[in-house]
Design a protein around this ligand. Structure first.
Ligand SMILES: [Zn+2]
Length: 111
């Protein structure tokens, strides 16, 4: 009787470069470093890019949507709340786009 273990192939699964967790799926940063979901969110490059996008796009959107009111009435609490939410939108979109672009899936046999 033949041993069934001979038919099993070992596949080296990609692991997070920070914690060593197996990536299912994971993320590849610029330069090729691999990260799990927790550590890609904490990576400074992701934060910096998202904050820069939020600063630029949030300012433009605030000027378009609230500019007339701010010039006429100044900054009320309601406007400040709306401005905060306006900056959150491009931050979330930029972060989501960066994670989507960096996402990798481990190769699976036959798939
Ligand atoms: Zn990790």
């Amino acid at each position: 009787m033949e041993e069934p273990s001979e038919a099993i192939q070992t596949v080296a699964l990609p692991r997070c470069g920070q914690c060593g967790r197996v990536l299912r799926p994971g993320f590849r940063l610029r330069g090729g470093d691999l990260r799990c979901g927790q550590h890609v969110i904490q990576h400074p490059a992701v934060w910096k890019r998202s904050l820069a996008t939020a600063a630029i796009v949030g300012t433009v959107l605030t000027a378009i949507n609230q500019g007339n009111f701010i010039l006429g009435h100044g900054f009320s609490q309601q406007i400040l709340l709306k401005m905060g939410l306006t900056y959150c939108v491009p931050f979330c979109v930029s972060t989501s786009g960066a994670l989507g672009a960096a996402r990798i899936r481990p190769e699976t046999p036959g798939g």
